[in-house]
Ligand binder design. Structure first.
Ligand code: NAD
Length: 493
């Protein structure tokens, strides 16, 4: 038995439930069909374990359980009590950081340090939304004489959460955490490619005393479990993170039930580097923001817009950083792990074929003895003079960045805003007025000045414009999204 297989067995043995089960109404049980789906370890390309192949009938059971839990328990639980349970879930997540990180590394192929950071972020979401649960206050509205008018923030009811494979823990923390805090119950459909930490998180929630049916988890394919969830008439809000076509399909299905949807659909996020930038500070962010999680990050910085006068000095430094990137198995904890699946690998390789006409400035390299069946793609940095090139427009979702030269500030803005996306953007300049102008003019849900990502703060509202989606998650803002306002007008004499 190889050391990787040994690690897998030990990590899976620590699960207190069968990973081929769903969690519905507080009980672990197989899907009604009894069928399973294979889950692969991206580092080896070998089967890791099996998960439930939930279908419409399991989604239906989960929505019924969530409806009952909403009406009988969760909506009536005082906000401070909900907050106390969510905070306790966060404390228990902290107690399980290492196990959660190992699970995520094996399942997603994420280098261990990045998986640990995701587990810590999950705990932070629980702490933040646990603390916020009893701090959402309504307003009183000055109105006609003889009236008192006030607003009450009420939960939607049963919320659906369709989660991708790239950051399961972070995305579950931000959407389920906020939904629960506002008194909603949840049906969670994790991605078929990576769902172990979703199940482990649900188990932690049970241990923390979250009442039965408040969080239900039904793994399965998008076409079966995902579609069934997005069109279920018992769902009152859907939070979706993933691709543009699937997001549009989820929104269309929800529209039939006139249900609000939050969509977070990725991007082609730029970093704009001006000639007056502090290059030493910028350099690590310029590369890391593109290759973190092997580039499979919705807010990955896949475009580096560099002022032409800087090209001769900055490009060699970027190239040198690329040459130092090492790719290998997730548990080896290198800078870059494998992609999630054979499908994603072929998809990225197709994009790289389209880059044949571009100058490749540098590549990273695989470590020796990298498992031959793993889903590895070596990071690559390209020079791209044409901002309309496929590699400068499409969300590749792999460890690939393009350097796009620009001349003037207006050119930089036009190029930055010249894709169908608008998730995040960063500006590197020491000119204060330019910082303010660009913060105003860049089309993005978040703009970073002289940093990228701001450490991922759970407090910071996050979401896109254009095809990056709509609605905001994270921070206090998410609590408004996971609730609706009732206006009460009282007439007195
Ligand atoms: P996807 O959008 O198809 O899958 C995301 C989630 O949606 C998964 O849980 C999936 O099971 C579910 N799903 C799929 N079809 C569904 C349907 N018809 N109804 C309801 N739910 C459905 O993404 P993918 O196929 O895993 O990846 C393809 C591309 O999407 C990637 O290459 C990348 O460009 C993009 N992506 C973006 C993000 C992001 O964070 N924004 C995450 C994952 C993938």
């Amino acid at each position: 038995m190889s050391s990787t297989q040994h690690n897998e067995a030990a990590v899976l043995a620590q699960l207190g439930f069968n990973p081929a089960h769903c969690l519905i109404d507080g009980q672990w049980s197989p899907p009604v069909s009894g069928e399973t789906l294979p889950l692969y370890n991206p580092s080896t390309g070998q089967r890791l374990t099996s998960i439930a192949r939930g279908t419409a009938v399991d989604i239906d059971r989960a929505v019924n359980a969530a409806t009952h839990a909403f009406e009988s328990v969760w909506a009536r639980t005082p906000a401070f009590e909900r907050g106390r349970i969510i905070t306790d879930i966060g404390r228990r997540v902290l107690d399980h950081i290492e196990h959660l990180a190992l699970l995520e590394s094996l399942d997603v192929g994420k280098p261990l340090a990045q998986a640990r950071a995701d587990a810590v972020a999950l705990a932070r979401y629980c702490e933040f939304y646990g603390g916020a649960a009893d701090k959402v206050h309504g307003d009183t509205i000055p109105y006609l004489d003889g009236y008192t008018v006030y607003g009450i923030r009420e939960p939607h009811g049963v919320t659906g959460h369709i989660v991708p494979w790239n950051y399961p823990m972070q995305i579950i923390g931000r959407s389920v955490g906020a939904a629960l805090a506002m008194g909603n119950t949840c049906v969670l459909k994790p991605a078929e490619d990576a769902c172990l930490t979703a199940l482990a998180f649900a188990d932690i929630c049970l241990a923390a005393g979250l009442p039965d049916g408040v969080l239900n988890v039904v793994p399965g394919t998008g076409a079966e479990a995902g579609a069934a969830l997005s069109q279920h008439a018992g769902i009152q809000h859907i939070s979706f993170t993933g691709s543009v076509p699937t997001g549009a399909a989820v929104q269309a299905a929800a529209a039939k039930n006139v249900v609000p949807v939050t969509l977070e659909l990725g991007g082609k996020s730029p970093q704009l580097v001006f000639e007056d930038a502090d290059i030493e500070s910028a350099l690590p962010f310029l590369v890391n923001a593109g290759i973190q999680n092997a580039g499979q990050t919705c807010s990955a910085s896949s475009r580096l817009l560099v002022q032409r006068s800087l090209l001769n000095t900055l490009v060699p430094q970027l190239a040198e950083r690329y040459r130092q990137l090492r790719v290998g198995p997730a548990l080896d904890d290198l800078s870059v792990g494998p992609l999630i699946s054979a499908n994603q690998k072929s998809r990225v390789e197709r994009f790289l074929k389209e880059a044949d006409d571009l100058e490749c400035l540098a590549r990273g390299q695989c470590v020796d003895n990298v498992p031959t069946d793993g889903f590895y793609v070596v990071p690559a940095l390209y020079l791209c003079e044409d901002p309309s090139h496929t590699l400068a427009q499409a969300e590749v979702f792999g460890p690939v960045q393009v350097v796009i030269p620009f001349d003037t500030e207006q050119d930089a803005i036009d190029i930055a805003n010249g894709t169908e996306y608008g998730l995040v953007a960063a500006v590197w300049t020491q000119n204060g007025s330019r910082q303010m102008r660009l913060a105003r003019d860049l089309k993005a849900g978040q703009v970073f000045v002289n940093n990228y990502g701001a450490g991922g703060g759970v407090e910071l509202p996050f979401g896109g414009v254009g095809k990056s989606g709509h609605g905001r998650e994270k921070g206090f803002e998410a609590l408004y999204g996971f609730s609706q306002l009732k206006t009460v007008a009282v007439k007195y004499s």
